[in-house]
Design a protein around this ligand. Sequence first.
Ligand code: BTN
Length: 145
Amino acid sequence: MGTLSCCLLLALALFVPGDAASRKCHLQGLWRNELGSNMTILATNTAGTFSGSYHTAVAATNKQILVSPLQGVQQHPSAKRHPTFGFTVQWQFSDSTTAFVGQCFVDHRGKETLETMWLLREEVLSRKDTWKATRVGTSIFTRIK
Ligand code: BTN
């Protein structure tokens, strides 16, 4: 093969946008957020539902932290490059529930991140305490496996 053909092939391989543009973000895997919490998401089924586990690094209670199950759903499974999703965590060591919603992004290098917002509802003993029962935040997860 001549030098010119070789250079053309190399240029094609490097600059054809198809590969990067067709990369999809996958939820399945092991993720960590900025607090140091770890989350495992298992395979999404054809309906888009998934399960997994959440090991939080921080808690609003003084109880011993336990790994807790999560249940979620992804929108348009397999069709979208940057799918939206939501999941809830049923904490095994507190009376609270957390709901996350977010979107899975993949950059041109293939690096995936989950951009999320969450609501943490803690149990209060009376409706008059509802005003202080919900925390809100944002969280970015990066893939560690
Ligand atoms: C609790 O404290 O009652 C349960 C644990 C809550 C952990 C929260 S959920 C939102 C935020 N992100 C995390 O990774 N951990 C905290």
